[in-house]
Design a protein around this ligand. Structure first.
Ligand SMILES: NC(=O)c1ccc[n+]([C@@H]2O[C@H](COP(=O)([O-])OP(=O)(O)OC[C@H]3O[C@@H](n4cnc5c(N)ncnc54)[C@H](O)[C@@H]3O)[C@@H](O)[C@H]2O)c1
Length: 428
């Protein structure tokens, strides 16, 4: 297969594949090609200390194969951190299919992707993400059981994500105002899609005042009509809106040099992924005393929702677990104060601490599984939950996925050759 990874000139300045993996400490990178179907897939597994790597499948026309690999590596690491802070027994992974996501040949492509996922025997569990849909995941399911977010199962994660953002916002209010009531607090909501709309419902119920915006005027009008009393704003004016809380629920990189000049809120708490344009913007928020709820902590309700599907939870159990975002944020805010670091830095430290603790517990008692080593409890002290399908018992391929996900972790570059070959959003 062709990998447009390095030209001679680039070699001197850019790391190769193993260098890229080492940079972010990835366990595995699997490439799968079926040229006759036009399928080129990448699966990046970042860390399986806490459980099998879970993360969605992104379908995107990358300019170069290297860009796709870097994206998969970057996004899978984000999933490790999101899983670690949300207290679920999952690691971080992500897959990417290179190509035009408007293609009509979806069954062939996604069945090929299912074969790629299956070859990893439960070390990686996939779901929908940018450019893919729950219908595509049904094709994946034809080839592997290691897929979540299927039709008729956990369903649209947005209501649970919105609930997590709502309780997270209350934790922010508690931290900033000493009272978690949102009554009369003014919240500027950017983006009235699946999450934003549900969030507005919770906020109105809690007595908050709203200023809302969306780039789609029809959507803005429709939501405003459902929310009497809500002010509307032009999309570009939302950053300067006079509000207590800014809730980005549309796109990433909204905290940047330009918006920092006009943002006057006390709190930033919203669903969007990758809200900080650069990590230094987290430090700038800290310096300006704007309380930032790290995006991957506050928007983890979607991940909790699919985890619930693996556990067989009902909606209430999923919501209860997402409700833990409140306590988690308070702990992260404490860490931020005690160590005088940005909340974004504190969240990363919190996530790493959970993973290191799990590793420590395991290494203390060699030969025991990660939960046995902790008296049948999870590393964070919660009682052992039902193992996700991928890590319980034996998988279709006959290998014990518990073993694969744990002590025998494969640190390899795995280039598979096709269906008979050597092996095989989620939004971070
Ligand atoms: N859906 C989930 O469960 C989930 C989970 C975790 C993170 N997220 C993240 O939360 C965000 C929202 O997710 P969603 O599922 O509601 O997406 P969505 O596509 O349903 O809604 C996004 C909305 O934002 C609007 N928008 C886009 N650009 C805008 C701009 N510049 N100004 C104002 N509005 C703009 C769009 O018109 C749309 O209505 C995304 O960043 C997503 O990655 C979602």
């Amino acid at each position: 297969m062709e990998i447009a990874v390095t030209s001679a000139a680039e070699t001197a300045t850019q790391p190769g594949l193993f260098g890229l993996m080492a940079q972010r400490r990835h366990e595995q990178l699997a490439l799968w090609s079926e040229p006759e179907l036009g399928y080129r897939g990448i699966i990046a597994i970042h860390d399986t200390t806490l459980g099998p790597a879970l993360g969605g499948t992104r379908f995107w026309n990358y300019e170069a194969d290297r860009d796709a690999i870097v994206d998969a590596l970057r996004l899978s690491r984000g999933m490790t951190y999101k899983a670690a802070v949300s207290g679920v027994s999952l690691g971080g992974g992500k897959s990417v299919i290179i190509g035009d996501n408007r293609t009509a040949d979806r069954e062939e492509i996604f069945r090929a992707h299912g074969r790629a996922v299956e070859s990893l025997k439960g070390r990686y569990i996939t779901a929908e993400d940018v450019g893919t849909s729950v219908h595509d995941m049904e094709f994946v399911r034809e080839e592997t059981e290691h897929v979540v977010g299927l039709l008729g199962r956990s369903g649209d994660p947005s209501p649970v994500t919105a609930y997590g953002v709502f309780v997270g916002m209350k934790a922010c209010a508690m931290e900033r105002y000493g009272d978690d009531s949102l009554e009369d607090r003014k919240v500027a909501v950017q983006g009235l899609g699946n999450v934003g709309r549900h969030l507005c419902g919770y906020l109105v119920e809690a007595g908050a005042r709203l200023v809302i915006t969306d780039i789609r005027p029809d959507r803005l009008r429709a939501v405003a009509a459902e929310l009497p009393g809500a002010e509307t704003s032009a999309p570009n004016d939302i950053y300067a809106a006079k509000a207590d809380i800014f809730a980005p629920c549309a796109l990433g990189a909204v905290v940047n040099n330009r918006t920092l000049r006009v943002l006057r809120v006390d709190i930033i708490a919203g669903a969007a992924n990758n809200q900080l344009a650069e990590s230094r913007h987290g430090e700038l928020l800290h310096a300006r005393n704007i309380l930032y709820a790290p995006d991957y902590v506050i928007n983890a309700g979607g991940l909790v929702n699919v985890y619930g599907e693996l556990q067989g939870w009902d909606t209430d159990q999923g919501k209860r677990k997402a409700g833990e975002i409140y306590e988690t944020l308070l702990r992260i805010f404490n860490l931020s104060k005690n160590q005088d670091v940005a909340t974004s830095v504190a969240a990363d430290r919190f996530a790493r601490a959970r993973i290191l603790e799990a590793r420590r517990l395991r290494s203390r008692r060699p030969g025991r599984s990660r939960t046995e080593a902790n008296g049948g409890r999870e590393p964070n002290g919660t009682p052992q939950e039902r193992r996700p399908a991928g890590v319980r018992g034996r998988t279709r391929g006959g290998a014990s996925a518990t073993r694969l996900a744990g002590d025998d972790r494969q640190r390899e570059l795995h280039v598979a050759g096709g269906p008979g070959g050597a092996g095989n959003g989620l939004h971070p």
